[in-house]
Design a binder for this molecule. Structure first.
Ligand code: NAD
Ligand code: IPM
Ligand code: MN
Length: 353
């Protein structure tokens, strides 16, 4: 029996509702199939924790997390309590950086039983590989002057190492899929970082002669996500472009409430972190109506990364089964609660035994 130690950070808002739901589902799966179990240790780090302690996590929080195999996180942010840049940089972004989770993998796929807002979409199945540690998310810059001269400067940082790492991850992934990589660029308007991005892409693709490539400016690429998402296989994007594209990826599936994500420490020397694409959804928090499927699908990404792809597949099958049977939360046009959907997934897994 392999036992894994998982650090759990439900975080804020609906994170506190969908994380326990997904843990129940994963425990059901491991109980039935044996061979592995997860020991979950929960940490209350959140905006409420900040109001009490003056920090989003204790000073030795990162040290504590290093002892775990993986991290399972819900969402962070309660902008009415704590400014977002304080809460996110104090917890979510801090963990991504300190744990060197440099790649963020975010699939979007037309699932059985889901009504996409697109009209008659052809089946699509794409993965965005988002650079997760640098790019537009930098601390370099500042605010200066005042009055009518007031201004802010924000620098973006693109290293060859970080850019190449994201691109190589995308190419390696495409090798196992449909052999196509799209680069999200904007070298027509952004004069330094994006021409550099294009140059690195051209260098990397030489090592992958069997992979077909396309380069699209991010504005056109976003439009193609809506007009013809089926043409994409793997897309590699900078931190900010990848962020925006993946909410869109969730939307074209039917809801951002189902989109999963994995922040990977590809070297596997530090824990990776699994958290859905969506945020804490303050507008629906506490009502028991959040869609738990994004967090459950995120659990599949964790199982896959840990080498349990067979169990991961069962989780995605269960999600599709529940959607096909019409048990859907409000964001998908249904009336089911978080609990209804979670119990339906659990019942299905039990019935497959
Ligand atoms: P959001 O993703 O929280 O919500 C956007 C919309 O989608 C809302 O209408 C919400 O109700 C809906 N939604 C999201 N997840 C859903 C789910 N599982 N089921 C049903 N509906 C769902 O984005 P936002 O409103 O821009 O951000 C709210 C807070 O979350 C902010 O503090 C933001 O910074 C933070 N945030 C955190 C993360 C993260 O921790 N990974 C990600 C995105 C946003
Ligand atoms: C995400 C979120 C975060 C990001 C925010 C909350 C900092 O939008 O995980 O997609 O931009 O990375
Ligand atoms: Mn986002």
């Amino acid at each position: 029996m392999n036992q894994y130690e998982i650090a759990v950070i439900p975080g804020d808002g609906i994170g506190k509702e969908v994380v326990p739901a997904a843990i129940r589902v994963i425990d059901t799966l491991t109980d039935i199939h044996g061979g592995l179990s997860f020991k979950w240790t929960s940490f209350p780090w959140s905006c409420e924790y900040y109001l009490e302690h003056g920090a989003m996590m204790p000073e030795d929080g990162i040290q504590t997390l290093r002892n775990f195999d993986q991290i399972f996180l819900g969402a962070v942010g309660m902008p009415n309590l704590v400014p977002d840049h304080v809460s996110l940089w104090g917890l979510l972004i801090k963990i991504r950086r300190e744990m060197q989770q440099s790649i963020n993998v975010r699939p979007a796929k037309l699932l059985n039983g889901l009504a996409s807002p697109l009209r008659d979409p052809e089946p699509f199945d794409l993965i965005v590989v988002r650079e997760n540690s640098e790019g537009e998310y930098s601390e370099i810059g500042g605010r200066m002057h005042s009055g009518s001269d007031e201004m802010a400067i924000q620098s973006a940082v693109f290293t060859r190492k970080g850019t190449e790492r994201a691109m190589r991850y995308a190419f390696d992934l495409a090798k196992k899929r449909r052999q196509h990589v799209t680069s999200a660029t904007k070298s027509n308007g952004i004069s330094h970082s994006m021409p550099f991005w294009d140059d690195v892409f051209k260098d990397v693709l030489k090592d992958y002669p069997d992979i077909a490539t396309t380069s699209n400016h991010i504005d056109a690429l976003a439009a193609f996500f809506v007009m013809k998402p089926h043409v994409f296989d793997v897309i590699v994007a900078s931190n900010l472009f990848g962020d925006i594209l993946t909410d869109l990826g969730g939307a074209i599936m039917g809801s951002i409430g189902i989109a999963p994500a994995a922040n990977l420490n590809v070297e596997r020397t530090l824990p990776s972190m699994f958290e859905p694409v969506h945020g804490s959804a303050p507008d629906i928090a506490g009502k028991g109506v959040a869609n738990p499927l994004g967090q459950i699908w995120t659990g599949k990404l964790m199982l896959d990364f840990m080498g349990y792809e067979d169990l991961g597949k069962l989780l995605l099958d269960a999600i599709e089964h529940v959607l096909v049977s019409g048990i859907k939360t409000r964001d998908l046009g249904g009336r089911a609660t978080t609990e209804d959907v979670t119990s339906a997934v659990i019942e299905y897994l039990k019935s497959c035994g």
